[in-house]
Design a binder for this molecule. Structure first.
Ligand code: PLP
Length: 449
């Protein structure tokens, strides 16, 4: 290797000595060293080529080392690496135009951030200033980011240790028929009861105190629960009737992941338009940190003559924006959104449905596009999860280990396996990864007896 730290053993040793990692105890880990990546594959320190069924953290939507994105970053770096946010930069202007050309309705202005959490922080700040109200309603089973407000809006166990019980965050239940909070037995019933529940929470909290309802158009890490028809339109209606802004978090579900440019387009034939839409990850396949808020005309007008009290040193960083321009142009030119829809409909959906026939552990299969979850249960009748909420289990660990041995990196959360490969994956590669998952489920179940 040219430099000492290019040696995977040195990299690992330095990591263990000096790097503090996210969401984990620091001792006793032996993380994988990624030495190389290309398309849908990564290579580990032992030279194993692994199929990436995670898109890392569901962000390499165009796969690794896409030549157009790499070249755009190189060209931008050679021209102008960075400017302060107040200056105009061509890459930023064009990225904003391209994003606005795909966001629904009048979400035509873009405030750029460094990632998803700060996008949600700013969306909430805008909603509070626009409405003059302070509370934020969000769902249990959601993830909105790791910063203080974003993690308090979050509805998953990562909030617990960070929850100061303040900041006006209130949680409610979204639709999730498989584990219905409303004892519903049909999607229509789940939809209606979830909306009645939201209506009651709004009434009990006091509509005049609520600035925004924040929700993922399709909840991602929390389980890829595609909302039933009519739900998002119903939430939009509850918000309108009560003067509440609707913030759609499309950090994970946006930019083709769900087989549409934005997952909210699945709702009611694309007629649901949020007031604010947050994005990150897929906007530039995560090659350089970037997130943002797409802003409606009405919210934009609030800050026409009034200072917006927020900003970031790297808002609209040229390298990140150049990567976004290349990503979106590639998505347009190569029909990546349509490709993602076909990947789900023709390959992943049918393969997972077949696995549900074969493996008793598969309780439910759900998803769309390149965004799928297998919910694993120890008992189909009681729906007892194969791992408890907020943890893993020996059975889940066995499935994951078998996937790795088979040459595929799986995305797991508690008792679920998410199938979230790059949207550019070939059908042949996808079938190979799905066959590895299929075999892993069989192997782990046999092991468990
Ligand atoms: N919102 C959603 C739906 C996410 O999935 C994530 C990250 O996984 C975030 C927000 C936070 O994004 P970031 O980690 O870039 O701050």
């Amino acid at each position: 290797p040219a430099r000492a730290h290019d040696d995977p053993e040195v990299a690992l040793e330095l990591d263990r000595r000096h790097v503090f990692h996210s969401w984990s105890a620091q001792e006793g880990r032996r993380p994988m060293v990624v030495t190389k990546a290309e398309g849908s594959h990564v290579w580990d320190q032992d030279g194993n080529r692994l199929l990436d069924f995670t898109s890392q953290l569901v962000f390499t939507n165009l796969g690794h080392q896409h030549p157009r994105i790499v070249e755009a970053i190189q060209q931008q770096a050679a021209t102008l690496c960075t400017v302060a946010p107040a200056h105009v930069n061509g890459a930023r202007s064009e990225a904003a135009r391209l994003i606005a050309s795909h966001t629904p309705g009048d979400l035509d202005r873009v405030f750029f951030t460094n990632g998803g959490a700060d996008a949600n922080e700013h969306a909430i700040r805008m909603a509070r200033l626009h409405t003059g109200r302070h509370k934020v309603l969000s769902t249990y089973r959601s993830y909105h980011g790791g910063t203080q407000l974003a993690v308090n809006v979050t509805g998953d166990p990562r909030r617990w240790a960070n929850d100061l019980g303040s900041d006006g965050t209130v949680h409610f239940f979204g639709p999730y028929l498989y584990r219905s909070a409303f004892h519903a037995t049909t999607e229509a019933e789940e939809c209606q009861r979830a909306l009645e529940h939201l209506e009651q929470v709004v009434a009990m909290e006091g509509p005049a105190t609520i600035a925004a309802v924040v929700l993922e158009s399709i909840p991602g890490t929390a389980g890829i629960m595609v909302p039933p028809p009519g739900y998002l339109a119903g939430v939009r209606e509850v918000c309108d009737r009560n003067g509440i802004l609707l913030v759609a978090d499309e950090v994970m579900s946006g930019f083709g992941r769900a087989g549409r440019w934005f997952a909210v387009e699945h709702a009611s034939d694309g007629t649901v338009v949020p007031d604010l839409l947050t994005f990150a990850k897929g906007v530039n396949s995560g090659y350089v940190p970037l997130g943002g808020v797409a802003i409606s005309d009405a919210v934009h007008r609030t800050f026409a003559d009034r200072v917006y009290p927020g900003g970031l040193t790297y808002s609209g960083h040229p390298l990140a924006c150049a990567a976004a321009v290349a990503t979106i142009e590639t998505m347009e030119d190569e029909g990546i959104v349509e490709q993602a829809a076909a990947l789900g409909a023709e390959v992943i959906g049918p393969a997972l449905a077949a696995m549900a026939e074969r493996h008793a552990w598969v309780g439910e299969v759900r998803g769309t596009g390149g965004f799928w979850a297998l919910e694993l249960v120890a008992d189909r009748a009681t729906r007892e999860p194969l791992a408890p909420y907020g943890a893993s289990s020996p059975a889940m660990d066995a499935v994951l280990a078998a996937c790795r041995r088979g040459g595929m990196i799986p995305f797991a959360n508690f008792n679920r396996i998410h199938v979230v490969p790059p949207l550019t994956i070939t059908h042949e590669e996808a079938r190979r990864g799905l066959a590895i998952l299929d075999a892993a489920l069989g192997e782990a179940a046999a092991q468990a007896g």
